[in-house]
Design a protein around this ligand. Structure first.
Ligand code: PHE
Length: 346
């Protein structure tokens, strides 16, 4: 065996592989050259008898030969391997799958668990569930909700705008709250309305243990003839009792939102200390849980609803902080870390 023999043998094998056009030929090639008693193994056998002086060089050439033939073989196999009929009986689709590496089949995410509990309570009180797009336009997220053109919430600091939106007059953005879904429902013209709208919202905030750039909200909207603030208060009190516990109370504080008038901030009595004062409620006895109010007549009008005939209330709450309080989670980032050691606890 000489170096040039090896070079010649190598080109011959590679050319043969190149010419192969079926899995059967590929299989035959393997049996002739690549198995334990094949031609390449034979060459390694012969290597033992070559003169000492050329042994290192011949060894190197032979190793290269084997490597390049194996690579070429793998390449051809990736093309013709699919036809390998003999493999089919090995694939038994009725075979039971391997058990999961953990004993539990899976968990609902704590955020979704909290959200679903809330949604269920409203569904039991006659609310429908509605969804809207996360990529919104300025009109739905702000304009029709009665945000003045220079309202600070439109500022780049808070909103993720998306470049090259289809309509330059109404740029695309990631919705900053679920309230645009209210607009879409009212625009649909189907009255009366009684719906909750869960979903993800986005704000350009510094990320910390307390705030994330993406979080969940649950919005509520009722529009009908003769809807009053008393209806709003009744629904929220009923929700608080079902979600936070039967002895929960609520209190309404005046607030401001462009899309509601009057607007309120709603607190629920602290369910940890029952209103006595503790670390969680910062010794006030109350937890701030949502924003709400009567739908502003301008908003009704913007959505084609006559405010002389119809009135409505709306409310919106954050899910993440509620879930954090409920489960004693100290960092909002745990929700998106996707660490199974965290998730499996819920
Ligand atoms: N959209 C408001 C927010 O994100 C919450 C809200 C909804 C307030 C509906 C009033 C009525 O802060």
């Amino acid at each position: 065996m000489t170096i040039s023999d090896l070079a010649e043998q190598r080109s011959k094998l590679l050319a043969t592989l190149e010419g192969i056009s079926s899995s059967a030929e590929l299989e035959a090639f393997k049996l002739e050259h690549l198995v334990r008693k094949g031609s390449i193994a034979d060459l390694f056998e012969q290597l033992k008898t070559v003169p000492k002086e050329i042994k290192p060089e011949a060894g190197k050439a032979l190793n290269e030969l084997r490597k390049s033939v194996e690579e070429k073989f793998a390449e051809r196999e990736s093309i013709f391997g699919g036809e390998v009929v003999t493999l089919a009986p090995l694939l038994d689709l009725t075979m039971p799958s391997r058990p999961l590496p953990v004993s539990e089949p899976g968990h609902e995410h704590p955020l979704i668990k909290t959200l679903n509990r809330m949604v269920d309570i409203f569904v039991n009180m006659g609310f429908e569930v509605a969804y809207g797009p996360e990529i919104e336009d300025d009109e739905h997220n702000f304009g029709k909700l009665n945000f003045a053109a220079d309202h600070p919430a439109r500022d780049m600091q808070d909103t993720f705008f998306i470049k090259n939106g289809a309509d330059p007059m109404s740029p695309a953005l990631l919705r900053t709250h679920t309230s645009p879904v209210q607009v879409r429902l009212m625009e649909s013209g189907k009255l009366p309305l009684r719906a909750v709208m869960p979903g993800r919202v986005y704000r350009n905030e510094a990320i910390s243990a307390r705030s994330a750039a993406c979080f969940y909200q649950l919005e509520g909207l009722v529009v009908d003839r003769g809807v009053t603030m008393a209806d709003l208060k009744g629904i929220l009190l009923s929700f608080a009792k079902q979600f936070y516990g039967d002895d929960s109370g609520i209190r309404l504080r005046p607030s401001y939102f462009p899309f509601t008038e009057p607007s309120v901030e709603v607190d629920v009595s602290c369910y940890i200390c029952s209103g006595k004062g503790c670390r969680i409620c910062k010794h006030s006895g109350w937890l701030e849980v949502l924003g709400a109010g009567m739908v502003h007549p301008n908003v009704l009008r913007n959505c084609g609803i006559d405010p002389e005939t119809y009135s409505g209330y709306a409310f919106g709450m954050g899910i993440d902080r509620t879930a954090m309080m409920q489960y004693g989670i100290d960092d909002i980032r745990h929700f998106s870390d996707n660490d199974y050691r965290f998730l499996r606890q819920f």
